[in-house]
Design a binder for this molecule. Structure first.
Ligand SMILES: Nc1ncnc2c1ncn2[C@@H]1O[C@H](COP(=O)(O)OP(=O)(O)OP(=O)(O)O)[C@@H](O)[C@H]1O
Ligand SMILES: [Mg+2]
Length: 93
């Protein structure tokens, strides 16, 4: 397992951006961490790497944010907010 240490927001953005360069499409990436741990910052980096220009925000209220990229699309979910998988149907996923 590879380990990356981030000392600031910019490090996490870069880690996310580099990570995105290895994506082929169809991957499910799970992010675990407390509030403010940097999950959304990492996702912003992934979006940068996918050449997505939209502003990436936390899907706290929307449950899912979708971003269309040049080659790959990015679907960012806040699974923590779901009680069970049937709730995904409500957002038509
Ligand atoms: N090394 C770091 N990597 C990422 N963010 C950092 C780092 N150090 C400090 N920060 C700050 O911590 C915050 C991380 O916020 P972020 O929204 O990414 O957290 P989150 O894990 O998505 O939280 P939530 O569960 O509330 O959505 C930002 O304000 C960022 O500037
Ligand atoms: Mg977040």
């Amino acid at each position: 397992m590879k380990k990356f240490i981030s000392k600031c927001e910019e490090d996490t953005l870069k880690i996310g951006k580099d990570f995105a360069s290895n994506l082929l499409g169809g991957e499910i990436i799970t992010l675990e961490g407390d509030l403010g741990a940097g999950k959304t910052v990492f996702t912003k980096g992934v979006a940068l790497g996918l050449k997505i220009e939209d502003i990436v925000t936390s899907p706290t209220f929307t449950i899912m944010n979708m971003y269309l990229g040049e080659k790959l699309n990015l679907y960012h979910f806040d699974m923590y907010r779901l009680n069970d998988e049937s709730e995904l149907k409500r957002i038509r996923f």
